[in-house]
Design a protein around this ligand. Structure first.
Ligand code: ASP
Length: 445
């Protein structure tokens, strides 16, 4: 028998109808044994997630203001789900306890975690599965990071005699005994931890899209889906802005060699995207590239100095200044007499003048200036290293669209090519690269 851990996101559990779809998916496959729910998300655009209501509610409690109306709104969201599912079940007791703990100032993490806690209770009752409180099986250390060993051991103990269980996502127990959460979207991480601990065959992550798309649908209309992506490719694309899965969700399953399947609760027959540790390309991408992602808001610090190449330690001195100011760099293209450092603008906020003064003092450049408004676009694909002419096609497409590449960087893995462009060319760059690699290729979607 194979073992599947299934996580359902907030939009998959936003109301009774969505909850029913999730339960039907779980019941359709007896291997779907351990279920990790998020809190109810938005039911329609403009709606508020239960997690956000909880933060708002606790904020009032902490200020000593009246929070009953918001707590009642939260209570009503669950009651609507419970009655919509035709259940004979009550969370009145839990709501009373939450109210008490808010008054005792149990903290915002405790508050936010109650969204998953209550949803887990409701879903467990609806499915007839045992409920396992995440605060008893997920542990954080003194430094706030996950205590992996203690967590894996506790999960294995708690689940060893349970064929099925619901374990709420997003939170666990801090070193001080109080509830702690992961960062937002953290139920993905819980699902991954559970899957890793029980050595699942697969971690299914059910959301409201049919997996990853080759690029951002806000930029390219109806982009092709990605069928298979490696963990490494996914890291590259997520870092550059593609988001479906929490960044931290990769690690617990990656080390155990467990694939993640991103699936759509509203279209359960779609295969979604398989995220795999490695592929021998049983299912190669039909497009050579796997995905295109990008981000705006970078700046370039440009330095020029004659005979820079023969001045020992020049680059190191520049980088030292940045490091001393706690600034992380993205790329560093250079030539014989010049170097450029590309940095996320947020990193430089409030520090720019001081940093430039220190660089001037340290390396005495002939010229030093900052360019703002740079966007980076990453073209990622495991197939790129085997194919000749990828870079040529990228730059031909850009030249044809009259876009100037300000920077080019290809990682030594040949897994990605990154181009820097002016922000106003960002969308067009993505579109023209998509067109040349994807639109021009005939495949059945
Ligand atoms: N409910 C939490 C959030 O809104 C965690 C999650 O959904 O994964 O961020």
């Amino acid at each position: 028998m194979s073992l599947k851990v299934v996580k359902f996101g907030g939009s998959s559990l936003a109301d009774a109808a969505q909850m029913k779809k999730a339960a039907d998916i779980i019941r359709a496959d007896a291997d779907r044994r351990y279920v990790v729910p998020s809190a109810p998300g938005k039911r329609f655009s403009g709606d508020t997630k239960v997690t956000d209501l909880l933060y708002r509610c606790y904020d009032l409690a902490e200020k000593g203001e009246n929070f009953s109306a918001v707590l009642e709104e939260i209570h009503a969201r669950y009651n609507e789900i419970i009655s919509g599912l035709g259940m004979d079940f009550s969370i009145d007791e839990e709501i009373r306890e939450i109210e008490m703990n808010f008054r005792k100032r149990f903290g915002p993490d405790y508050a936010a975690s109650r969204g998953e806690y209550l949803n887990g209770k409701v879903l467990a009752a609806y499915l007839g599965f045992p409920f396992v409180d995440a605060a008893e099986v997920i542990f954080f250390g003194e430094d706030g990071a996950l205590n992996q060993e203690k967590t894996a051991e506790a999960l294995r103990q708690a689940l060893k005699d349970k064929e099925y269980a619901v374990i709420p996502g997003f939170y666990g127990c801090g070193a001080d005994g109080y509830v702690r959460t992961f960062s937002r979207g953290g139920s993905d991480v819980t699902g991954s931890i559970v899957a890793g601990a029980v050595r699942a065959n697969i971690y299914e992550n059910w959301t409201d899209v049919s997996g990853f798309l080759v690029t951002d649908p806000r930029i390219v209309e109806d982009p092709a889906p990605i069928r298979t992506i490696t963990y490494t490719e996914l890291r590259e694309l997520s870092y550059m802005g593609a988001s479906v899965l929490h960044d931290e969700a990769i690690f617990p399953v990656r080390s155990a060699g467990i694939p993640i399947n991103i699936r759509n609760t509203n279209d359960p027959s779609a295969p979604g995207t398989m995220i795999v540790p490695e592929t021998h390309d049983e299912d190669p991408s039909p497009y050579t590239i796997t995905g295109i992602a990008g981000r705006k808001n970078f700046i370039a610090i440009n330095l020029h100095k004659d005979r820079m190449n023969s001045q020992i330690g020049f680059c190191r001195d520049v980088l030292d200044v940045l490091a001393e100011n706690g600034i992380c760099i993205e790329h560093m293209p250079s030539s014989i007499d010049s170097m450029t450092v590309i940095i996320d603008s947020a990193q430089m906020a409030g520090k720019q003048d001081a940093v430039l003064t220190q660089i001037r003092k340290r390396v005495n450049p002939d010229d030093l200036y900052v360019e703002e408004g740079i966007a980076l676009v990453a073209v990622v694909g495991r197939g790129m290293c085997r194919t000749r002419g990828v870079a040529a096609r990228i730059f031909a497409a850009m030249a044809h669209a009259r876009i100037n590449a300000k920077m080019i960087d290809q990682g030594s893995s040949e897994l990605n090519v990154i181009v820097g462009v002016n922000e106003e060319d960002f969308e067009q760059t993505i579109r023209c690269i998509y067109d040349i690699f994807v639109s021009s290729v005939e495949v059945s979607k």
